[in-house]
Design a protein around this ligand. Structure first.
Ligand SMILES: Cc1cc2nc3c(=O)[nH]c(=O)nc-3n(C[C@H](O)[C@H](O)[C@H](O)COP(=O)(O)O)c2cc1C
Length: 470
């Protein structure tokens, strides 16, 4: 009998197993044992009909699905070579198109060797255009990925240009398009790029990233890094997977995310290290589950999740006002790291440094958004969930918070610097729930934040339906 090592499984399978395990509140090993037990108990009929088809939305198996990967002329083009591998690992056939500028960064030879298919570069190439090859590349695929999507390429797309192979394909396609923008933060925040991105989103393209972080240029950082190849490949999978169940269809979900900035004077503020990633991931998962989602976010460098109404605020008081304006909701999830205090009187002018005299900052408490909403008489959402970020006595503090705030669930996470949760991509959470007079603690394994989000939304959907007996 062959032995099975979970560690050696494909990353995508491991991720799916972690989510299933968390949903069932058991370890990954127990989940695998359960799956094997069920499989062994099922009647076996040998033959092709018994083989799972793995069909995607286009009716093909992933192994048959084609992705046209357009590589733009940015420094992140080298990561697109890794993206080819990641897409192939997931069973896609990849055909690459390199713009002229892209060929300054990577070669068609490298792209075609990794993809095991021919790489395309020219619109007026007799070898591929004898049968109007750009139309084939635009249509004989299930999805087009542009990575890196440079500022220039997006400007051309927004303007409907078709003066090279990449833009001609993008204009001639009726397939879904996924852009992975990558550029210097100033290019990304430039008004022209903002206009072009807004236009492209209106035109129906999907964006993955850009992420915040260090740039290739020495000493530069900010929003503009291309999403990691694995993230892009997962986004491709998500777009081609058949639409899943929509257990939150018809429900309104309110989520807060990110830190708050509490002004000291016009240039200084009190803040914390929250990145907003977990709250944004929950918003995206709730949307994928069919909910109408309102996301109230403090200052973060994350793009709006597609299909989510995002209200950006700065301070705790603005966040409370935006939350109150967004009610009523069926579920409210307070994942924001709201500053506990603000300065009593914010300076109108920049506080000047004076020799030998330190300014005294008097602090006052900020409104408690979770407790305020959980105590509302009429507009209290039926399910109110708070987050507890602790650096010690995690479960005890979270249990106390559940009672004190009068919410229904607390999602507790350990934010000690050693764990790398704040700003990182992974999280280990404990879901603490009131169950009648009992308090139940479900401890989930460490997972990517979007996996935590998917598992949490699945639990929320179960709870919403259980309350209504549906
Ligand atoms: C070293 C170098 C790095 C560059 N990196 C980027 C980048 O990351 N993002 C971007 O939008 N443009 C970048 N550019 C500018 C693009 O190469 C230029 O706008 C080009 O016309 C884009 O071509 P495309 O439309 O084929 O992508 C870079 C240019 C150089 C010389």
């Amino acid at each position: 009998m062959a032995s099975l090592t979970i560690r050696k499984l494909d990353e995508a399978i491991k991720a799916a197993l972690r989510v299933r395990a968390a949903q069932h509140g058991r370890s990954v090993e127990d989940e695998v044992r359960g799956i094997l037990r069920e499989a062994a108990a099922a009647p076996v009929a040998l033959g092709p009909a018994n083989i799972s088809s793995g069909h995607n939305s286009s009716g093909k198996t992933e192994a048959e699905s084609q992705v046209t990967l357009i590589i733009g002329g940015g420094i992140a083009a080298y990561k697109s070579l890794d993206l080819i591998r990641r897409l192939k690992e997931r069973g896609f056939v990849v055909r690459c198109v390199l713009t002229n500028a892209a060929q300054q960064f990577v070669t068609p030879l490298a792209a075609s060797a990794l993809a095991n298919t021919r790489a395309y570069t020219g619109l007026f190439d007799p070898a591929s255009e004898f049968d109007v090859g750009h139309i084939r590349l635009a249509r004989d695929c299930d999805l087009i990925v542009v990575a890196p999507a440079t500022a220039d390429l997006m400007a051309k797309m927004a303007g409907g240009h078709a003066d090279d192979l990449a833009t001609a394909i993008l204009l001639a396609t009726d397939r879904p398009v996924l852009l992975a923008p990558a550029m210097n933060p100033l290019m990304w925040s430039n008004a022209a790029t903002r206009r072009n991105v807004a236009q492209l989103v209106r035109d129906g393209v999907t964006l993955v990233g850009p992420d915040a972080g260090e740039m290739a240029e020495a000493g530069e950082s900010g929003v503009g890094r291309m999403a990691e190849p694995v993230e892009i490949a997962e986004a491709v999978l998500g777009m081609l997977r058949p639409a899943g169940p929509r257990p939150l269809a018809g429900r309104r979900v309110l989520i807060t995310a990110g830190p708050t900035h509490e002004p000291i004077d016009p240039v200084r503020y009190i803040a914390n290290r929250s990145s907003g990633k977990q709250g944004f991931a929950i918003a995206a998962a709730a949307r994928a589950a069919g909910a109408e989602v309102v996301l109230v976010s403090g200052p973060v460098g994350l793009p709006d999740p597609p299909g989510v109404a995002v209200k950006r605020v700065e301070s705790a008081r603005e966040m409370l006002a935006a939350v109150e304006a967004a009610l009523p909701a069926d579920v409210a999830i307070f994942a924001a790291a709201v500053a506990d205090w603000r300065v009593a009187s914010e300076g109108d002018q920049k506080i000047k440094k004076a020799a030998g005299a330190l300014p005294r900052l008097e602090l006052v408490e900020n409104p408690d958004i979770l407790a305020t909403v959980a105590r509302l008489a009429d507009a209290r959402p039926p399910l109110v969930i708070g987050f507890a970020a602790e650096t010690e006595h995690l479960i005890d503090h979270a249990r106390a918070k559940l009672a004190r705030k009068r919410c229904d669930w607390i999602v507790a996470n350990d934010v000690s610097p050693a764990g790398g949760v704040m700003g990182g991509d992974r999280n280990t959470v404990h879901v603490i729930r009131k169950d009648g007079d009992e308090v139940r603690v479900d401890s989930w394994p460490a997972m990517a934040k979007d996996e935590v989000a998917t598992a949490l939304v699945a639990r929320i959907a179960e709870a919403v339906h259980a309350r209504q007996g549906t």
